[in-house]
Design a protein around this ligand. Structure first.
Ligand SMILES: Cc1ncc(COP(=O)(O)O)c(C=O)c1O
Ligand SMILES: Nc1ccccc1C(=O)C[C@H](N)C(=O)O
Length: 408
């Protein structure tokens, strides 16, 4: 591929892109190629106006009345249902709130409480997990008399056995971008008599997820990446409907009580998704998220997936065309069925510095990805606002940076 070819091809791909108009819904500028939406999604344009109304009118004027009149009290379930629509969950099974870490705790402990730990005392965690999941699972295991076994997520299906209580799996690996087979792992873990907890941080909003259809037991995820909810936006918790009546939360706050304002000293759990609540919802960030979710109106996740794969394929081809041979190596699977919505390039240290220096230079030149120690350059592709021209420019600038650093 000569240098002019990818740029021409990018223009043609952008012209044919059915999702191209969605970019206008985000506050982005053409000076920067933003490929870090897998860490913090860009700002949807509707958020500032909505938040200004929430602060100025709902809080400022209505004050306490807003819990009822502005629908604040029921926002966690309402926003949860909107997220549910993007992860294949029928209404009434998802609640928004707390952080992913906290929701991992609720789900793992609740899953253990559904089993006889005299028989099943093993918690399987994905060996390459995002660290917080592993830390929380370990603590949950200690608290419940279980033990942790770390296994490759790719082997999870065959590792689940008669001692397994629960398997905690990342749907997409944060470092490599590898997508795991949610339906197959869920079915295998269930066949072994155990429960699944899926971490959807890197798949919710990035690709179609079919939780109900797969029979997943629990799922958690954050909303500040591909769902663009903003820094520290509330996370979510999915509890499969059939398990809701037996869901025994380890954090039974007053917000998950059947009648919170009874202020009853005795706890009686609410029915449905509300049982996953803990304390007072984080209204400002929850309603920012609610506004951010408007960008999904009318979006077909199959089209999002198709564009995501086309973008990452194209980026990989551009890298091949522009980057000096042997300088980077993709650790993201080639196979579409095993790829999330990012490309991770391993970049060994050269004479002028390592991957961290390369990413710093890329950012200086207007291409924002991120760096994961020791040697991974991560590029996240958010199909709602990333253009093929962005992929081309990112690869071209990466090539220039690496070429420039070669001799120095
Ligand atoms: C897979 C995964 N799980 C969990 C988290 C973090 O969870 P929390 O929302 O608690 O910070 C992240 C990223 O921050 C993540 O990538
Ligand atoms: N929440 C954050 C706050 C600050 C900086 C990064 C994050 C991330 O989300 C990192 C991300 N989970 C990752 O996959 O590396």
């Amino acid at each position: 591929m000569s240098e002019a070819v990818p740029a021409k091809e990018a223009a043609a791909l952008d012209a044919a892109d059915g999702l191209a108009a969605k970019r206008a819904g985000f506050d982005l500028d053409d000076g920067v190629v933003y490929l870090d939406g897998n860490s913090l999604g860009a700002l949807p344009r509707g958020v500032a106006g909505r938040l200004s109304d929430v602060v100025g009118r709902e809080w400022g004027r209505l004050r306490i009345r807003s819990w009822e009149e502005s629908g604040w009290w029921t926002a966690p379930e309402r926003v949860g249902d909107r997220i549910g629509g993007l992860i294949g969950a029928a209404p009434g099974q998802v609640v928004a709130g707390d952080s992913t870490s906290v929701n991992v705790f609720k789900a793992v402990v609740a899953a253990i409480r559904l089993t006889d730990t005299g028989v099943r005392d093993e918690v399987l965690v994905d060996a390459a997990t995002f660290p917080t999941d592993g830390y929380i699972a370990r603590s949950a295991a200690r608290m419940t008399g279980c033990r942790i076994r770390a296994v490759d997520a790719a082997d999870m299906a065959r590792e689940a056995g008669p001692r397994t209580a629960v398997a905690l799996v990342n749907h997409v690996d944060y470092r490599t971008g590898r997508l795991h087979d949610l339906p197959a792992v869920t079915a295998a873990v269930r066949a072994a008599g155990a429960r699944t907890v899926w971490d959807l941080c890197h798949s919710a909003g990035a690709l179609p997820v079919h939780l109900d259809a797969a029979g997943a037991d629990f799922a958690v995820g954050c909303t500040y990446k591909y769902l663009n909810g903003g820094p520290g936006a509330p996370a979510f918790l999915y509890v499969r409907r059939a398990l809701q009546d037996r869901f025994d939360s380890p954090l039974p706050g007053w917000n998950s009580h059947a009648d919170p304002f009874a202020m009853d000293p005795a706890y009686a759990p609410a029915d449905g998704a509300a049982r996953g609540r803990v304390g007072t919802p984080e209204i400002l960030s929850l309603l920012a998220l609610d506004a951010a979710l408007d960008v999904w109106d009318g979006v077909d996740l199959a089209a999002v997936r198709a564009k995501s794969l086309a973008l990452t394929d194209f980026f990989l081809r551009c890298v091949e065309a522009y980057v000096p041979r042997g300088r980077v190596e993709s650790v993201t699977p080639e196979a579409h069925g095993e790829r999330g919505s990012q490309v991770s390039l391993r970049c060994a240290a050269g004479p002028a510095g390592g991957a961290g220096d390369v990413m710093a230079e890329l950012i200086r030149r207007g291409v924002v990805g991120d760096f994961r120690r020791p040697d991974v350059l991560r590029f996240g592709f958010t199909p709602l606002y990333t253009r093929f021209a962005d992929a081309e420019r990112a690869a071209r600038v990466l090539g220039e940076v690496l070429e420039g650093m070669q001799g120095r």
